[in-house]
Design a protein. Sequence first.
Length: 202
Amino acid sequence: MRAIRRVAINVSVVFTALFLLIHLTPLVHWYAGWLAHPWDDPRGDILIVLENDQQPDNIIGLGSYWRAVYTVRAWRGGGFRAIVVSGATSAVMGNFLHSSGIPQERIFLETRSTSTRENALFTKNMIAGWPGKKVLLTSDYHIFRASRAFAAAGLPVTGTTFPDVLKQSNSIVNRGPCFVTLCIETAKIVWYWSKGWLSKAE
């Protein structure tokens, strides 16, 4: 019983320390900001946006919604002549973009990919021959892995991002889920590095 009590106390201490670290320090905000660095607003000719999620009833998911919103804002800022939406359920995002005023003929869908690695490979096959500067748009925590995955696949892009986890983590209630998101993303980064799917630089 004494050993069990000691283990329970140690687990409680670790859990409490982790809870305080996540919720009462800038750890989550700092790490998300590091993954998003450098933070800028590059312009280009072709804007590539990565689909994130979709609800079972064919409604755009929250992650994809915000990526679509910032895609519309980037388009309205001027300069881009085409948008490529990459992901197996990219048609839903494409419909959102069109309903927000982007001409249908300017929206191109890559619908086979189910991962960031496949986003890079299939998008490269689709647009590698297109002239002009390619800009990749995705969430702040995702741009580190995504931009390097595209470069490793042979499609150099300039990365741009928006405050996703950075914005959510401003609320203490959301820091736990944000921490989990960052942990999952970190595991994916390590996996991609081990497979040689990331370039050394963006």
